[in-house]
Design a protein around this ligand. Structure first.
Ligand code: ADP
Length: 160
């Protein structure tokens, strides 16, 4: 079975990576896909986010990296994924994720959304928290893969 893990990944965190590593063991193959969201101006350009994910997942056979715009279910069909994977950190994620899952189900009933509970040690992590900490010069090395930590320190002009 093939799964699609869509997200903004702006940037990739250790929480995302944990989810990727765990789901890579569950599925035959996994596509991690960066959504190009026209209503959000990203901190990192698409190509850089793709490179961050490629670098961090290079050790995982069966994991591919891509990008898409438009409907997630269309992209799931396009890459032959039967499952859309999302992570749940806290109750606050639940309502939004449920709404998206129901919408996607109404558009493509054969594509199932599966949720994985975030590992406890990553449940406080989000890309926006990471960006805020890095912006003010805080250490983010326990929150993101090494390549992303370097990109963040370059972005906020503190050397690497
Ligand atoms: P989006 O903008 O689509 O929410 P994100 O890049 O923020 O994209 O997140 C993509 C997916 O990863 C979502 O399902 C989100 O719940 C999940 N996720 C975000 N942070 C973590 C984390 N710390 N641990 C596990 N999953 C996470």
């Amino acid at each position: 079975m093939r799964a699609l893990y869509p997200g903004s990944f702006d940037p990739l965190t250790l929480g995302h990576l944990d989810l990727i590593e765990r789901s890579a063991r569950l599925f035959d193959s996994l596509e991690v896909a960066v959504l190009q969201n026209p209503s959000k101006i990203p901190a990192f350009p698409l190509e850089q986010r793709l490179e961050q994910i490629r670098l961090a997942t290079a050790h995982l056979p069966g994991v591919s990296v891509g990008s898409f715009d438009g409907l997630t279910v269309e992209y799931a069909r396009h890459c032959n994924a039967q499952v859309i994977l999302r992570g749940l950190r806290a109750l606050s994620d639940f309502e939004f994720e449920l709404q998206i899952a129901h919408t996607n189900h109404s558009l493509a009933p054969l594509v199932e959304t599966l949720f994985l509970a975030t590992s406890v040690q990553h449940s406080f992590l989000s890309s926006s928290v990471v960006r805020e900490v890095a912006r003010f010069g805080g250490d983010v090395r326990h929150m993101v893969p090494p390549g992303v930590a370097e990109d963040l320190s370059r972005l906020f002009n503190r050397g690497s």
